[in-house]
Design a protein around this ligand. Sequence first.
Ligand SMILES: Cc1cc2nc3c(=O)[nH]c(=O)nc-3n(C[C@H](O)[C@H](O)[C@H](O)COP(=O)(O)OP(=O)(O)OC[C@H]3O[C@@H](n4cnc5c(N)ncnc54)[C@H](O)[C@@H]3O)c2cc1C
Length: 374
Amino acid sequence: MTAEAEWDVVVIGAGIIGAACAWRLAERGLRVRVLEQGSPTGGSTGKSAAGVRAQFATDSNILLSKRSIEEYAAMPASGYRPAGYLMLVPQGQWEAHLTGVERQHAHGVPTEVLTPAQAQRHASFETNGLGGCTFGPTDGFVDPHGLTFEYVRLAREAGACFSLNTPVTAITREGDRWRVTTPTGEVEAPQVLNAAGAWSGEVAALAGLEVPVGPARRMVFTTGPLNLLRPLPMVFDLESGVWLRSEGERLILGRADEADVGWREGMNWAWLEPTLDRALERFPWLETASLDRRASWWGYYEVTPDHQPVVGRMPGVDGWLNACGFSGHGVMQAAAVARVIAQEALGEAPFIDISPLRYERFTAGALLSPDIQV
Ligand SMILES: Cc1cc2nc3c(=O)[nH]c(=O)nc-3n(C[C@H](O)[C@H](O)[C@H](O)COP(=O)(O)OP(=O)(O)OC[C@H]3O[C@@H](n4cnc5c(N)ncnc54)[C@H](O)[C@@H]3O)c2cc1C
């Protein structure tokens, strides 16, 4: 079989990250071929809770999110709604949290510092044990489906070629090119972008590379319709890990089960009760809510050991780029990551310093996460 050889970059995965990168790569004049084993929103992107926030503790995450939110605000297809993120911060974390807020302010993110009493204007909650609250007025939600298909459209318009239902099954290095095999043929290019979400570790392994990204199941529980006086922004109780927000007349809520790693499928209903127990401590008014099991869903976070993405060139491996392992933040950072990846592919310095997100950190051994994990 003769390999197609007219491409500059093969992008593996057409979720929000692969689609956005395909657009920015093609826009910069590169010939881009995208291989997707299913459909663009069939992976984590279509399962997301759709939140976007710039309330992070590290410069790289603050800047990737801030820049992405600004781009979403200017894109009608994104469905951006600045409904806000309210963080309920326990006393023991408050001081460290304020250091993050200082960083956010330094980057122009308008995070508001509130007492628990002041924060009651956004949501009703028990205040015991809280050191304070922060509210991000430009944080909010987007439509991950609308955004991803808009990126696919823009990428195609810029010349990128997408093959859906086309799984990558083998990857080899042939001279100065990568040869990527699918059931329908082979594609060659000097550069490959690994944007395969939770599958990125497996895709890298096809090329004999180790990229520490794997799946962790997350559940989203949906209530029946509620008569709330006002819609709720995204509210995170950092003590319990419970988050909730309005979705139309309903609420969606969740809480990470850190032990739920690997390719586990379906809803784990056993996680509902411990989640509700913790949620009721902070939000006792939830007692009257009913659960809509059929409207609840699950999906995979694509996690790394430090819950930070792997972005940029793979050290020591010619032409291999990673944009994966967003650990629950991929929707909120895709727009800026796509620009960074185009710059990497062209050998330019990224416009946001991604040093803390580069693969090299795994070999340096510093894997403690400095950021809010929600
Ligand atoms: C329940 C839940 C809630 C979330 N909430 C949020 C949130 O509020 N905000 C936020 O920013 N993020 C959230 N996330 C995380 C977010 O969904 C991800 O970070 C983001 O979608 C990652 O995008 P991606 O393109 O990297 O991955 P994906 O969307 O998974 O795309 C990867 C693609 O690669 C394809 N692929 C895999 N292997 C191969 C192969 N061998 N050949 C070809 N194609 C392949 C897959 O089919 C898939 O389409 C949430 C995730 C879940 C599960």
